[in-house]
Design a protein around this ligand. Structure first.
Ligand code: ANZ
Ligand code: ZN
Length: 866
């Protein structure tokens, strides 16, 4: 009996696949259905880590199983290669971003290849290839001509550490998503993509995505944030004298009404004040004359700017000395305040406060002693008491003139009708989603293909001058944009009139690069951005796999760009990812040796740690020094905590197949998996056990009839369970079944003949997606010709695979009244207990007393009652 040696087998099998070009995507008419499986392509940061490995192995299980099930599979790989870290490396270590990126790609490609993934490497590209980003420039100009790209002065999120503009999506709790620096507001001329044109379509499309996690669909819906309500215009009754008679061309604050957005026009009679955002133009105009208002505005600017920060902050406000007329009753006037809880970026940056029915308004009113007038009372009660809690539930309107007696929904419609008739408002739908600011003042990105001419304005770079290639000779010694300070690159002649003009020096947000790469993979060398026939053949991606951290950013942009490119005629599919799976992370315990002067733990790498259990307590010791260590939390593997285990270490010690098996075996794919040395050893032992079955297989042993029959049943059950596990993304359950099946085959020592051969043939094919190298070896050992890669997936017979369950009829006084499902062979006493507890059976007894229970095992239950 020979031990299975992954070290020699794995490279041999990989060479065999490479030799046969086994993973090159089939093209042309094959008559087989297509299946496109894609994992979110990696950023080439330096090394493949365990999280990558788990992600790509999951995709590989899908790709290999679908191939066996008869599909033509597209399973490509590439690199999301533009972005800040390359420029940081350039600044810190003087390496050119291109060199840094390409050398990382080379390293990571080798590491990925070690994993034995069934990837079509012939389609590989990096987004920093001019062939790729040049095509991106081409479609960017298509969208420009279609009015989906525009430039405007915008207040932008400025990251003072990375020296760049961030999209709203890249600001997390007021901080830059990469640098962690507190984000500032700045005014800059920026390029935008009109994603808001597609807001409704992007919401409606979510309904079709029944193979997406509900959680992700909900996050997208909330991000787009469609809200239905009304826009109101409040006429000015009084303004401070200093705002009167402003010069022509200035906003006339004594005349222009104040615009307010509300979702609750039904509560208008309960309004007791208006509140403007601190950076509302009117607040700012007043701040120029009133130091107290100026101080208030300044104080507000210093607290965080995210919605979460504003939600948390104590309510603050200041009376602006303006009064407005109520739209339903011009004789009634209300004060106008500025308040810190009003966002300038949502709606019109102004609200009417109705303290009775909005908690923020109530907190504010109580603090500043403003009136609280309830106008909605719950159905069936004739008043509503407002103490410290606003009433936000349904009910009937009162205290409200012509709205009295209506329900909330009826009152909304009636209020809007009246507002529209008098010109004081109209029904409106607004969105939280903003247009996508794509300008980045960085070097390592796709140049925006526009030339600014003093006479013609912005002019698209002509198609025959694309791609606009990044210059190689750039410097990173000072902050700011290297493209902007390059001596010659930006100086060009206007393509339209020939005068001296300047290239745009902004580059595109890297989320643009990743918003269409899946379409480019369908024909990565096409002369146009997307080869329509290939894209229409392969898209949508049938199964997309990646981290949930991309639930909003990347996935929303990709859905938007697919729609825009499809409207521009580049492809047909509008919804790019039919199935989405978001996998959990790989986590590991952390270890540290005391803390430094500022209390930061001194992390120690797991490879330098020995764990022992003494008196039930786990003790960690540092191998290199013998020092006693503290055991920290179990956390996502990260360099900063030093709790990283490189895939290479595992592959070196236990082999690729054991590593692949382990990352999928210990927990459901959507959950985190904790890396433990014991786990991978278990997987390694399984590899040996499975091999032994094949290695000791004796084709001449006929076996005993009963054992053979039992093994046939077990085989069909295993095929069914593993197939369902694989198709339902329950890889851990599929692997558990494989472990159990290997034990069964081993224990059925008396089985042989066709039954045994069938069992082993099925087993080899079932393990193939998980441990493909081992599976090939087993296949050959069985005497099969060719590669298991091309063998069909085993099928099961429903009768043979039937669950070990029986349905017992339950007779009451000789008449069949109910039935009960139990495991085959269940003990009669247990069946009796189950029957008596069964609500369906009890209902049939109608309170009669049970005199006798007779259970015939696996057959029938008889009850005698009366
Ligand atoms: C009056 C009112 C009465 C409101 C009431 C609520 C309850 P969603 O659903 O998120 O769209 N609002 C409007 N613009 C705002 C801004 N820029 N900053 C902060 N709050 C703003 O929320 C819409 C509601 O949020 C609007 O309806 C408005 O308050 C407030 F009993 O108007 B409501
Ligand atoms: Zn010109």
């Amino acid at each position: 009996m020979a031990r299975y040696d992954p070290k020699t087998t794995e490279p041999r099998q990989q060479a065999r696949w490479a030799e046969a070009e086994a993973f090159v995507t089939p093209t042309g008419e094959t008559g087989r259905p297509k299946y496109y499986v894609l994992e979110m392509f990696p950023y080439p940061s330096g090394n493949i880590h365990m999280g990558h490995a788990r992600n790509y192995v999951m995709g590989d299980v899908v790709a290999r199983s679908k191939r066996a099930m008869g599909y033509d599979v597209l399973h490509p790989m590439g690199w999301d290669a533009f972005g800040m870290p390359a420029e940081n490396a350039a600044m810190e270590r003087g390496i050119h971003p291109g060199n840094w990126t390409r050398s990382n790609i080379a390293t990571m490609r080798d590491q990925l290849k070690l994993l034995g993934l069934s990837l079509d490497w012939s389609r590989e590209f990096a987004t920093c290839d001019p062939e790729y980003y040049g095509q991106q420039q081409a479609w960017f100009l298509d969208l420009y001509r279609r009015g989906l790209v525009y430039r405007k002065d915008g207040v932008v999120n400025w990251d003072p550490v990375d020296n760049t503009v961030l999209a709203n999506e890249q600001v997390i709790e007021g901080r830059g998503w990469r640098s962690g620096a507190i984000v500032e507001k700045r005014k800059l001329n920026q390029w935008f993509l009109r994603i808001t044109d597609y807001a409704d379509d992007l919401i409606e499309g979510l309904a079709e995505l029944d193979r997406w996690p509900d959680k992700v669909r909900l996050m997208q819906e909330n991000w787009i944030g469609r809200s239905k309500g009304a826009t109101l215009w409040w006429d000015i009754a009084e303004v401070p004298a200093f705002l009167n008679g402003t010069a022509d061309g200035q906003p006339s604050h004594d005349r222009d009404p104040i615009e307010v957005y509300t979702t609750r026009p039904d509560t208008l009679f309960g309004a007791s004040f208006l509140a403007l955002a601190p950076d509302h133009p009117l607040t700012r105009a007043i701040a120029e004359h009133r130091p107290d208002v100026a101080a208030f505005v300044k104080a507000c600017a210093q607290t965080g700017t995210s919605e979460a920060d504003i939600e948390k902050a104590e309510k603050q406000g200041i009376d602006l000395g303006i009064r407005v007329r109520h739209p339903f009753d011009p004789d009634r006037t209300l004060p106008v305040w500025s308040a810190n809880f009003v966002l300038s970026t949502y709606g019109s940056g102004a609200i009417f406060g109705c303290p009775g029915h909005d908690q923020r308004d109530l907190d504010f009113a109580r603090k500043y002693d403003l009136p609280v007038v309830p106008v909605v009372r719950p159905d069936g009660s004739d008043d509503v008491e407002i103490g410290t809690e606003a009433y936000v539930g349904p009910g009937r309107i009162f205290n409200s003139d012509f709205l009295d007696g209506l329900s909330v929904e009826e009152a909304k419609a009636a209020a809007i009708a009246r507002l529209e008739a008098s010109g004081h408002g109209k029904g409106a739908t607004i969105y939280r989603l903003r247009d996508w600011g794509v300008s980045r003042q960085r070097y390592w990105g796709c140049p925006i293909p526009i030339i600014h001419c003093p006479t013609c304005g912005p002019v698209p770079v002509p198609a025959d001058q694309l791609p606009v290639v990044l210059p190689e000779d750039v410097t990173f010694d000072v902050p700011g944009n290297p493209l902007d300070r390059h001596p010659t690159w930006k100086h060009v002649d206007c393509p339209s009139c020939g005068t001296k003009a300047l290239r745009e020096t902004d580059t595109l947000d890297t989320f643009v690069d990743s918003s269409w790469y899946f379409a480019r993979f369908t024909d990565p060398t096409a002369a146009e951005p997307i080869a329509r026939a290939a894209a229409d053949k392969w898209l949508p991606v049938d199964q997309y796999i990646g981290g949930v951290e991309h639930a909003v950013l990347h996935l929303l942009y990709a859905r938007f760009i697919s729609r825009a490119l499809s409207d521009a005629g580049l492809m047909s599919v509008r919804e790019p990812f039919a199935g989405l799976f978001t996998q959990g992370m790989v986590v590991h315990e952390t270890y540290f040796e005391g803390t430094d002067a500022v209390g930061k733990p001194q992390w120690v790498e797991p490879t330098d740690v020995r764990i022992e259990t003494v008196d039930g307590q786990r003790i960690a010791t540092r191998l290199s020094t013998g020092a006693r260590l503290s055991i920290g939390d179990i956390e996502k593997m990260s360099k900063s905590k030093k709790n990283v285990v490189a895939p290479a270490e595992i592959l070196e010690s236990h082999g690729v197949d054991a590593g692949r098996l382990f990352v999928l075996s210990d927990s459901p794919p959507e959950r985190d998996v904790q890396w433990t040395p014991g786990g991978v050893e278990g997987a390694s032992r399984f590899v040996q056990r499975a091999w032994t079955l094949f290695d000791t297989y004796d084709p001449d042993f006929a076996g005993e009839e009963a054992a053979n029959a039992a093994l046939v049943r077990e085989t069909h059950k295993a095929i069914k369970a593993v197939t369902e596990g694989v198709e339902g993304f329950r890889f851990n359950a599929a692997i558990a079944k494989l472990y159990a099946f290997v034990a069964t085959v081993r224990d059925q020592g008396q089985a042989g003949g066709a039954a045994k051969r069938q069992a082993l043939s099925a087993l080899a094919r079932l393990i193939a997606p998980f441990t493909p190298h081992l599976a090939e070896e087993c296949w050959t050992r069985l005497g099969e010709e060719g590669m298991i890669l091309n063998a069909p997936w085993p099928v099961w017979d429903a009768d043979l695979a039937a669950d070990d369950e029986v349905v017992l009829p339950v007779q009451v006084n000789g008449k069949r009244r109910a039935e009960i499902r139990v495991a085959r062979g269940t003990d009669p006493a247990e069946v009796e207990a189950l029957v008596l507890a069964d609500p369906g059976v009890r209902a049939r007894l109608e309170g009669q007393e049970i005199r006798k229970v007779v259970v015939v095992k696996d057959r029938i239950v008889n009850l005698v009652v009366g």
